[in-house]
Design a binder for this molecule. Sequence first.
Ligand SMILES: NC(=O)c1ccc[n+]([C@@H]2O[C@H](COP(=O)([O-])OP(=O)(O)OC[C@H]3O[C@@H](n4cnc5c(N)ncnc54)[C@H](OP(=O)(O)O)[C@@H]3O)[C@@H](O)[C@H]2O)c1
Length: 265
Amino acid sequence: MPLSEKVVLVTGGNSGIGRGIALRAATEGARVAITGRDPDKGQHVLVELAALGADALFIAADLGHEAQAAQVIEQVVHRFGGIDIVINNAGAGTRRSSIEVSDGPAERLKKLMHSNLHAAYHVGAYALPVLKARGGGSIVNISSTAALHGTWGNYGIAKAAVEALTRSLAVQGAPFGIRANGISPGWIATEVTAGHPEVARAASLLSRMGTPDEIARAALFLASDDASFITGQTLIVDGGMTITDYPSQPWLDAVGAWKLFPDLP
Ligand SMILES: NC(=O)c1ccc[n+]([C@@H]2O[C@H](COP(=O)([O-])OP(=O)(O)OC[C@H]3O[C@@H](n4cnc5c(N)ncnc54)[C@H](OP(=O)(O)O)[C@@H]3O)[C@@H](O)[C@H]2O)c1
């Protein structure tokens, strides 16, 4: 899906999945703006984008703060003259699932909402008029399968809200040719998950974690004209993890998926 001449903004593009999306967009010929809070990581990815021949920009910002999100959109427009595709990838997760009054529940929720929901909400809000001025465009929000699983507590709550945001942006953008969709990744191999090699085998039906580039290709498909009749949807990209019920997992491991059911006569 060639993205020549398209301007793609990838929040959290200085790291992990966002870096993968930025590199894939550059490979497809896009002009790429990335954000992050850590400028050193930003400069590192800028060098990688330049090596791919991309016209690229890094902006340091904490997008949980509305003014900083507004500034990011302004700076990308100033540099590239507009925006075609916004990938709301910035976010942070942790299990920290207990919800107890003795345990600072409000502060925990606030922290997770800040990086996940508020960042995507602010960027989405300021991007809408810019995409409208362009005559249309596309937003892709990165959620998580944690939105489906109570094991992830506040992170799952924030990501469920991100999926609701996707539907609202799709409704508001539709009259102006703006589509909004989401990707819900399962376990993806990044610095964050590298600390958990023990889960790799059970991370998906495919016995491995996904890669940032596998998320990138799905996200850029939804952003592209190839997905021109898809809006308001969140696509689960998890190698089949969420279609597997937990009690079946040891059995799958022991006998293999192809032997799950008795042979037919
Ligand atoms: N890895 C997985 O298995 C997985 C699974 C499902 C969903 N996800 C989602 O995928 C996205 C990327 O995750 P990742 O694994 O690639 O993690 P990562 O390597 O830690 O990247 C997260 C990115 O988000 C940025 N960020 C976090 N909070 C921010 C804020 N308040 N304002 C601005 N930027 C912020 C970080 O910037 P700095 O590094 O500069 O602080 C970083 O660039 C996240 O939304 C995550 O929830 C990941």
